[in-house]
Design a protein around this ligand. Sequence first.
Ligand code: SF4
Ligand code: SF4
Length: 306
Amino acid sequence: MEQNDNKNSGLNRRKFLQGAALGLAGMALPLDRADASFWESFFQKHFREMNDAEIKKVLSRLEKECEIKYKKAVKIGNEKAMPGVMFGYGLDLSRCIGCRRCVYGCVDENNQSLDPQIHWITVLRFKKGEKWVDLENAEKYYNPDKVPQDDYFYMPVQCQQCENPPCVRACPTQATWKDPDGIVVIDYNWCIGCRYCMAACPYGARRFNWTEPNRPAEKINPNTHYLGNRPRYKGVVEKCTFCIQRSRNGRYPACVEACPVGARKFGNLLDPESEIRYAIKHKRVFRLKEDLNTNPKFYYFFAYGK
Ligand code: SF4
Ligand code: SF4
């Protein structure tokens, strides 16, 4: 009984807010609902308006909901952005072999749905010698016996953590925003699933949960962050957060660790000694769709120098 109440409560609130945001008449509050958890969830404040005590209460309620649903303890953290840190990412295209280990490392770390499959990273394949990369028409579903293939190069794409993110501007409920360390985050309890952010993102980086995400309990990573890899709901949008649950605890994102050829670099853009600053200074870097003024903090480069 309690499980169903908890499961339904997010959806009811979401449906109500969606109706309100879209200006639909006749959206009635479900006044017959008496359980405390439902009302706590319904009236949960915007994450950025909550004080520490309120956040603690919300996290403890959500942890209990996860425990009931997965029969497994899940820790939902709230590590804040550290002062003096602005995260940036580098990807060495001359090293990437297109193996997709980063994709599956990300799926496991970030509790992505297995059925239907949700991937926050897409690895694109391009024929060598093509004049320029066409992201929209690139090949996503290549499946050769072996990688790398002689005639191709590979380009993994994920959220570019734009400094000037159009997804944030498009959201009618301020459920997505940029934190001080540059990570663009989503509050799944505020997302109403309108998908305006997906339409606004020029990099196709956001994913929508059309159905209840499906991940068996034994595959749940219990170390999560409220704004990152905690289990999601049907009807909400999700995307890469530079593994906020790791990076804010001084660890590399899972994709950096999963890459067998060291193609992925990560660090603090404000630290002149960091690996990412070294790459920007010494390699031929470029960013995707720079003309759009999104100012991504995701840099592609080729290992040979300038
Ligand atoms: S890549 Fe897309 S989802 Fe990520 S910050 Fe930029 S606009 Fe938003
Ligand atoms: S794991 Fe590394 S080499 Fe493999 S696809 Fe990802 S970035 Fe490329």
